[in-house]
Design a binder for this molecule. Structure first.
Ligand SMILES: Cc1cc2nc3c(=O)[nH]c(=O)nc-3n(C[C@H](O)[C@H](O)[C@H](O)COP(=O)(O)O)c2cc1C
Length: 450
């Protein structure tokens, strides 16, 4: 075949079909958002998927202590595409390829090396790594993790620095802290954290000794936001504490000046709180749909039961007594089969399809469009220059084709090893998602759904 000129307005003749846009997060993607907070147990996979369906910009997974994931075995369910990191007796962490562009994995750690190992274990399935520096529970703090890091800034910052150094640029590194009792100390800590190269800082606006029932002191955040902005590193500051949903997030941002808002308990009660639409009725619609989806995803029954029992709504259809009866019935059930009738039968495929459709309908990340255009223009120019140099080699069309591979940065990072076309299960620690012609994640799920 004759290689044609690539100069001027002509499109490349043998260009590969346009691949999925590069979906890596940057600190810009942590701005103007409304996020699902990390929640042990409550932040299970079906909850995260529903949060995304209803408008959560990004979702945090539940905190996982570094050591817990290190020896887990990664397994992909051939029917659903669910990726499980299995420990000896149970899945430590489950995810689905559809959420990868929006998923931040949270680590509990007090050791830079272990944190890096844990991050490397899961990095092919997530978009960012977050360090938990806020958990006040003794199981976390006694081991020097969580809120204990707030008073050990050297260790805290060494973990973040190690993560940033070890992670490829495609993976963001972030931290979630609490306020220190004094604002001055908080600002000093924030300055040090921001110097580690993180993309985002979430501030839970309570101190370590404050309980959830204590009102978050969001008034202190504005100064922190302004301080971080003055550092000029483009780091996003995320408010966390007492936000109740989409509308309330506007108020929180107005008061604090935060770039984004993160929601925990309101989302635990109703993951549709991210939507500008009225909350979905928990008892009549959400619980049955959640059960169907969890069953389809082969989620752990006890975890599913726990999540369902946290849902709490305005009871548009059931009376208080009926709601209590419904929850008691779920609480007594020992497996999915026992709630089949409540769920309105299986399959859960429709729920998954709706989630996929909702995620697919999201506008592309703006920056991606620009960066793809720049890359395309650069590729075109490069190809054009080569054309001039090698005009005599007019039959070697294959050379040109590869130059429009938008996955180049990823490929470069892992030393040129790319998972072969149509492979759905890259082996760790490869970062390269399979190179399918269209969005590989969606394509994969679709195939499974057919
Ligand atoms: C059930 C539950 C589990 C939580 N697990 C985590 C966790 O794994 N990591 C973390 O950083 N914070 C965790 N938190 C704290 C929340 O992320 C959040 O900081 C806190 O609830 C305040 O936000 P809210 O007022 O929106 O609830 C958890 C909170 C709840 C209610």
């Amino acid at each position: 075949m004759v290689r044609r000129s690539l100069s001027g307005s002509e499109t490349p003749p043998h260009r590969a079909p346009k691949r999925a846009r590069i979906e890596h997060l940057t600190s810009e993607d942590f701005k103007n958002g409304i996020f699902l907070a990390p929640m042990v147990r409550s932040g299970a996979l079906p909850t995260r998927l529903y949060a995304l369906k209803h408008g959560a910009t990004l979702v945090w997974g539940p905190e996982m202590v570094d050591k817990a994931i290190l020896h887990a075995e990664r397994e992909v369910d051939p029917e659903t595409g669910v990726v499980s990191y299995n420990g000896k007796t149970r899945a430590m962490f489950t995810t689905h390829p559809i959420e990868k562009p929006y998923l931040i994995y949270q680590i509990g750690s007090s050791d830079p090396e272990l944190a890096v190992q844990a991050a490397k274990t899961v990095m092919q399935d997530v978009s960012g790594i977050d360090l938990n520096c806020g958990c006040p529970k003794p199981f976390s703090t006694h081991a020097g993790m969580g809120a204990a890091l707030l008073t050990n800034p050297d260790l805290l910052c060494s973990i973040l620095t190690a993560l940033r150094k070890a992670m490829p640029p495609e993976i963001t590194v972030s931290a979630k802290i609490r306020l220190l009792p004094s604002q001055e100390d908080t600002l000093k800590l924030v300055e040090r954290i921001c110097d580690t190269g993180i993309s985002t800082l979430t501030v839970h606006c309570r101190t370590r000794n404050m309980r959830e029932k204590d009102k978050a002191v969001i008034g202190r955040l504005r100064e922190i936001v302004e301080f971080v902005e003055k550092m000029g590193k483009g780091i996003a500051v995320v408010e966390n504490g007492d936000c109740t949903g989409y509308e309330d997030a506007k108020r929180v941002r107005e008061v604090t000046g935060a770039h984004s808002v993160m929601i925990a308990r309101a989302a635990e009660a109703n993951p549709s709180c991210f939507s500008p639409e009225p909350l979905i009725d928990v008892e009549s619609i959400f619980i049955p749909a959640y059960l169907r989806l969890a069953h389809y995803l082969k989620a752990n029954w006890n975890l599913t039961k726990f999540c369902v029992l946290q849902f709490n709504g305005t009871r548009k259809t059931l009376t208080k007594t009926e709601t209590v009866q419904l929850k008691q019935s779920i609480s007594r059930s020992k497996d999915f089969e026992e709630v089949k009738q409540l769920a309105g039968g299986w399959t859960g495929v429709e729920e998954m399809e709706e989630i996929i459709a909702a995620i697919e309908a999201r506008p592309p990340r703006k920056r991606d469009v620009e960066s793809v255009e720049v890359q395309e223009a650069e590729s075109s120019q490069k190809a054009s220059a080569e054309e001039d140099e090698n005009a005599e080699e007019q039959t070697e069309t294959e050379e040109v084709e590869g130059q429009f591979n938008l996955e180049i940065p990823l490929k470069a990072h892992v030393g040129g090893e790319v998972t072969p076309l149509n492979t759905v299960n890259p082996h760790p620690p490869s970062l390269c998602a399979p190179l399918l012609p269209s969005n590989p994640r969606l394509q994969y799920v679709r195939n499974r759904l057919r």
